[in-house]
Ligand binder design. Structure first.
Ligand SMILES: Cc1cc2nc3c(=O)[nH]c(=O)nc-3n(C[C@H](O)[C@H](O)[C@H](O)COP(=O)(O)OP(=O)(O)OC[C@H]3O[C@@H](n4cnc5c(N)ncnc54)[C@H](O)[C@@H]3O)c2cc1C
Length: 361
């Protein structure tokens, strides 16, 4: 019997690849050492957007990914994603104008809005800015909810999941990758897909520059906030259950600042103070803090594609935004053995033409 396609990683990216392959009738086995959606996916801010894309190809990918979220929801039903739009005024002055110009050049559906419109969109804000960029088609998602739903449906369509085994290396035969070595023994595969987030570096040698990030969730509040808020001092949104989800906008590495790595508690208290200043009169209390690593391929862009025969990698930041599209494109490439032109600029071998597999196998 043909061996399964083995997907390493049950975060939102691996889950989406698995779901897209399973619905094409492919035999998939997902492995994760910890659990579904427990890596960066559960520690993410969850802003679905096509901002800061830098290149036309990356903008096109991110913009198409927003559409892919809706296609996924049409197939599986709503997944707690709030299509609430976003108000952005992180920079002011020339930097604000430059951002408006960049978004217009890409053709993004962004509008500059003035205080009355900002007050209409987000009446709870204590101090609306003089101007903000409003993008109505952006949203906020809880990645772990999406990952769990995708895997549930992949399993319903015949896919398999095994939580527990840590993949320790790759099996090779005749110059091709033929499976994975795990702490539970070897597993042969017809194709290995590494969707291990930051773990891709250890398994494939992909050069990465991961970045830590702290996310704070409050206890649920009544619905008080429409759009996602990207203010200069803090980013926050309200999730489907009423929690305010907030992310730090500085890593705290400057002199006198709380550091994310050495004093995340102080950073969280500062975050809380800032959210309370934006939303006065609300009972805002911390429910949960998470510290995560943003998986970032070395040049900042996604790394998606074959690395050698039998081995495919999909590792990226903005995976909450990108996963539905990436999953569909990867499944197309693997199942049809055809190339998705959208992925051409993002091949992993641009970062390391002959990557060394660090762990061997
Ligand atoms: C603070 C923060 C804020 C973010 N904000 C946003 C945002 O606003 N918008 C956005 O789009 N993206 C955002 N991101 C990025 C986004 O969360 C990630 O790009 C995405 O979650 C990556 O998903 P993934 O499935 O590739 O990786 P992960 O979710 O990390 O999943 C990888 C899985 O692989 C497993 N694994 C790893 N190595 C092995 C091994 N050797 N053996 C077995 N299993 C293994 C892990 O256990 C894990 O479950 C943010 C991330 C962080 C940390």
């Amino acid at each position: 019997m043909k061996h399964p396609i083995v997907i390493v990683g049950a975060g939102i990216v691996g889950a989406s690849i698995a779901w897209n392959l399973a619905r094409r009738g492919e035999n998939v086995l997902i492995l994760d050492q910890n659990g579904i959606g427990t890596g960066a996916t559960a520690r993410s801010f969850g802003w679905i957007n096509a901002n800061f894309a830098e290149t036309p190809a990356y903008f096109a990918l991110r913009s198409a990914a927003i559409d892919a979220h809706h296609e996924m929801e049409a197939a599986l039903g709503p997944m707690a994603t709030r299509w609430c739009g976003c108000l952005w005024w992180e920079d002011q002055g020339a930097a604000f104008d430059a951002h408006v110009t960049e978004l217009a050049a890409f053709g993004y559906e962004a509008q500059v809005v003035s205080p009355p419109e900002i007050a209409r969109l987000a009446p709870a804000l204590a101090a609306p800015p003089d101007q903000a960029i409003h993008v109505a088609r952006e949203g906020g998602a809880d990645g772990e909810v999406i990952a769990a739903r995708l895997i549930e449906d992949a399993v319903a369509q015949g896919g398999k999941i095994w939580i527990g085994p840590k993949v320790t290396g790759l099996l090779r035969q005749g110059g091709a990758v033929t499976g994975v070595a795990t702490d539970h023994g070897p597993l042969p595969a017809s194709q290995v897909i590494i969707a291990a987030g930051e773990g891709a570096a250890a398994l494939t040698g992909l050069p990465m520059a991961n970045k830590p990030g702290l996310i704070l969730r409050t206890r649920p509040l009544p619905p008080i906030l429409g759009p996602i808020i990207m203010a200069p001092d803090v980013h926050f949104r309200q999730d489907a259950e009423g929690r305010i989800v907030a992310g730090e906008i500085f890593s705290g590495d400057g002199p006198g600042q709380a550091s994310i790595t050495t004093d995340p508690g102080a950073l969280a208290r500062e975050l809380l103070r800032r959210i309370r200043a934006h939303l006065p009169g609300q009972k805002i209390e911390i429910e949960r803090l998470t510290l995560g690593q943003r998986p970032v391929p070395k040049d900042g862009f996604p790394a998606v594609g074959p690395m050698e025969e039998g081995l495919y990698v999909a590792s990226m930041h903005s995976g909450i935004t990108l996963a539905p599209l990436i999953g569909a494109l990867v499944a197309q490439e693997i199942a049809e053995r055809s190339e998705a032109p959208e992925l051409r600029p993002f091949r992993p071998n641009r970062l390391s033409p002959r990557p060394e597999n660090i762990l061997g196998g």
